[in-house]
Design a protein around this ligand. Structure first.
Ligand SMILES: Cc1ncc(COP(=O)(O)O)c(C=O)c1O
Length: 415
């Protein structure tokens, strides 16, 4: 089997390993005894997050306001959550929008932007993205007669290059929708270079950061993303979505909204009452992440970057262990081969992936098979609408989980 390159661009010297056993103690769900390689679908939740959600629901709470304690509590929760997400992403709290999910926020943003496009205008989507960063743009472009152009990726290398995007760009491009990291293959496309290309063409770039944010420190400015979306439930938090942009950009946009609701930014983009308990849980998740590498000096942002570097080092070490073993097993194809990638393996087993998923599940190892809504990518890889086995790492996965996964896969292949 062709080997994936070993590249660790973000793993510099000075990254401190963390105590994974102690970290795991904070995850009540892990006591059920499963090995969780299903983190890309949604991570397990630490006690601090569950407690923050429960505490919020059990405390005086009302709609945001300044008169009653309950109103002030809601207001504080929203402000804290915007500050936490701004720290995690390197953004501005005034540009943090909360919503039901990344998918819902992306549809909302597509419907907001589309009225400024028309026939002859173009939107670029990629074949490697999750459908949540494809279909909303296709629907929005179609609704105003704009053209959709596709950027292809190379299925052999799992790479999507700057040139692949350049081939789909034109002076009529209004928006490029690109993932920060593929949830199917782990591929991390050159977002910054693509952002520069998009900006030179006068287009915006919308970055799907759902998979990336769980595995790497995010710097919105360095990425060049105009709009970035992610989902806290992929990084130890509760089920909601977050969109981040500069307040100046958000000020220029007029989403459809109710007449009495706030027209301020970012509230203008938040439809209905926010899920305060989930926002409190999101803040707690960011605080847990910020402590992975310890309670060192500096700001929460500094600690988050140190922690994400530690998470990345830990997850990449486990990924290397898995990849090394898989390379020695017959009948296994590893599709996740990009040079710059998250620790997310896509494994083909000659059409027996669903059977392997079930076989592993019987042994307490959760590694699902499917396309994971990266349908276009799966088809491009020749995996059709069934996809393959995905092995995703998370900060709480440890060596014994990897031992169980590898033993399970070996037993499956010999059965
Ligand atoms: C890369 C990626 N983008 C978007 C989504 C959709 O996120 P949400 O469930 O918040 O809509 C997912 C969910 O799996 C994902 O992995």
């Amino acid at each position: 089997m062709e080997r994936a390159p070993r590249v660790r661009p973000c793993q510099g010297d000075g990254v401190q390993p963390y105590d994974v056993a102690a970290f795991r103690e904070h995850f009540p769900a892990l006591r059920a005894g499963y090995a969780h390689f299903d983190g890309p679908g949604g991570t397990q939740v630490p006690d601090a997050v569950a407690e923050a959600v429960a505490r919020t629901l059990a405390s005086p709470l009302a709609n945001r306001g300044t008169v009653t304690e309950a109103e002030r509590a809601a207001d504080t929760i929203v402000r804290d959550a915007r500050a936490a997400m701004a720290d995690l992403l390197g953004g501005d709290p005034r540009g943090i929008v909360f919503g039901r999910s990344m998918t819902a926020l992306t549809y909302d943003m597509a419907r907001t932007l589309a009225p400024s496009w028309g026939p002859g205008d173009e939107v670029v989507v990629t074949r490697i993205d999750h459908d949540a960063n494809i279909r909303p743009w296709i629907h929005a472009a179609t609704s105003v007669g704009a053209t959709v152009r596709w950027a292809e990726f190379d299925p052999a290398s799992a790479e999507l290059t700057e040139d692949d995007i350049a081939a789909a760009l034109s002076p009529r491009t209004r928006l490029v929708a690109l993932t920060g990291a593929s949830n199917l293959l782990g591929t991390r496309p050159p977002v910054r270079a693509v952002a520069d290309l998009a900006h030179n063409a006068g287009a915006l770039i919308f970055v799907d950061g759902v998979h990336l944010t769980a595995h790497a420190g995010v710097h919105l400015d360095a990425l060049g993303a105009d709009i970035f979306a992610c989902s806290p439930y992929k990084f130890l938090g509760p089920h909601c979505g977050v969109l981040a942009a500069s307040p100046a950009l958000l000020e220029t946009l007029r989403p459809a909204k109710l007449a009495p609701s706030s027209d301020a930014v970012p509230e203008r983009f938040e439809l209905g009452t926010l899920p305060y308990e989930l926002l409190a849980g999101t803040t707690a998740a960011v605080d847990v992440l910020a402590r992975v590498a310890g309670d060192g000096p500096g700001t929460r942002r500094d600690r988050l970057l140190a922690s994400m570097a530690a998470v990345e080092a830990h997850e990449n070490r486990l990924r290397d262990r898995i990849e090394d073993r898989l390379a020695a097993l017959p009948g296994v194809t590893v599709y996740s081969r990009a040079a710059h990638r998250t620790p997310t393996l896509l494994v083909g087993l000659g059409g027996r992936e669903q059977a392997a998923y079930a076989f592993l599940a019987e042994r307490g190892v959760n590694a699902p098979a499917g396309t994971f809504y990266a349908l276009e990518a799966s088809r491009r890889l020749g995996l059709g609408d069934s996809g393959a086995l995905r092995v995703g790492l998370a900060p709480y996965v440890d060596d014994s989980d990897v031992d169980r996964l590898l033993a399970g896969l070996e037993a499956f292949l010999m059965a």
